[in-house]
Every structure is written in C-alpha cells, then in structure tokens.
Design a binder for this molecule. Structure first.
Ligand SMILES: [Fe+2]
Ligand SMILES: [Fe+2]
Length: 208
C-alpha cells in the first residue's frame, strides 16, 4: 500500500466477492457492508450474471448427455435433472430482466462448451456422464453456499432462491451417485477436470 489515491478506472483492491470469500464478514449486502467494498448493486449483478450463466450451462450439459443417452436406462433420470435446470434458468432469466443485469457475454461459449462436455462424458458411458454431474454439482453446491452466506436480510428472497436451487443440485448429485457415478473409469481424473473447468467458467462468467 503506497497510500496514493487510486485512479477511478483502476481495479479496486481485493475484497470479498461471491466466488472468492475472504472470510470474516457474513453479509456483504447487509448493514455491515464497509466503505470501499464493491458496490452492493454490482455485487448482486455479478451473482445473478454468473448464476444465469451456470444454469444455462447446466441445461446445455444435460442436452448433450441426452443426445447420447436419451434412450438408455439413464435417460429418464437425466431428463428429470434437465427439467429442474430449465426451471432454474427461467428464474435467473427473470432476475436478469427484473434487475437489469447485463448477461454474460460468454453465453455462446457456454452453449457449445456445455453441450460438448455433456456429450463427451456421455460418450464415455453412463457412469462417466453421472460422474460429470457429481463434479459440476459439487462445485455449484459450494458456489451457491458461498453466495447465500453473503446475502443479508435485504436480499432474503434471492437468498431463499439460491438455497432452494442448491438443495436441487445436491439432489442431482445424489441421483448421479445412485446411478453409479463413482464407478466411472478414471473417476478422480474425470471429476477433477470437470471441477476445474466449472470453477474457471464461474470465474469468467462473474466478470465477463
Ligand atoms: Fe441448476
Ligand atoms: Fe443441477
């Protein structure tokens, strides 16, 4: 810290963000928001932007899986998960419109990358597709938990939405485990790669 005044357009120093919790302060939207924190509206906009992008990606992952596995024994379970993701996406599409949030500019990328991830893991087999779901949902569970912890009473409704969706994602994870995800060949490698990709997608979609 040099103490020099920070030019207007220079990025602010690190603060707690939805995806990079600094710990300590539970509510960044509540009354304990500190001077110098990224503005409350921008913080909420980033949350909604990344969540809409994530739910869009989820819809595309399941579309890719269904293109390969739609007629197999896993088809029914995947269709049910896809239906939940469409509901999640609809809700965040609504929030983007209501709150005037700029959607991610990366949607065309997630359109292709989500579908490709779903189809590629499905081509490795039903259990690999389920392992992909476990990995994505584990990352989303932590992501949503982190967001919910940062929303104060002034954003109770958004927090409730996120908590509900988080519970849905955990159900998807359990469903995928029940379908033999852990028995996928190269489970650790596969889930590790999918988690890393999901975290990168979250990081990018929060900002771009
Ligand atoms: Fe979802
Ligand atoms: Fe999900």
């Amino acid at each position: 810290m040099t103490g020099r005044p920070r030019p207007k357009d220079e990025p602010a120093p690190p603060v707690a963000t939805p995806e990079e919790p600094m710990g300590g302060r539970p509510d960044v939207t509540g009354e304990d928001a500190l001077p110098g924190d990224r503005s409350r509206d921008e913080l909420i906009a980033r949350m909604i932007r990344v969540d809409q992008a994530g739910e869009y990606g989820a819809v595309r992952i399941y579309a890719g899986q269904l293109a390969v596995l739609g007629r197999t024994g896993s088809g029914e379970a995947i269709r049910a998960m896809a239906a939940t993701e469409r509901e999640h996406l609809e809700r965040f599409d609504g929030l983007v419109a209501e709150r005037g949030v700029r959607p991610t500019a990366l949607q065309p990328i997630w359109h292709v990358a989500g579908y490709a991830l779903g189809a590629a893991t499905a081509l490795l087999g039903e259990r690999a597709a389920m392992a992909c779901t476990v990995a994505v949902e584990e990352v989303i569970d932590r992501h949503y938990a982190g967001q919910a912890a940062r929303l104060g009473e002034d954003e109770a409704e958004l927090r409730a939405t996120i908590e509900t969706f988080r519970a849905d994602e955990l159900e998807h994870k359990d469903e995928a485990l029940a379908h033999g995800a852990a028995g996928a060949p190269g489970y650790e490698l596969l889930t590790g790669a999918v988690k890393a990709g999901s975290r990168l997608a979250i990081w990018l979609s929060t900002r771009i």
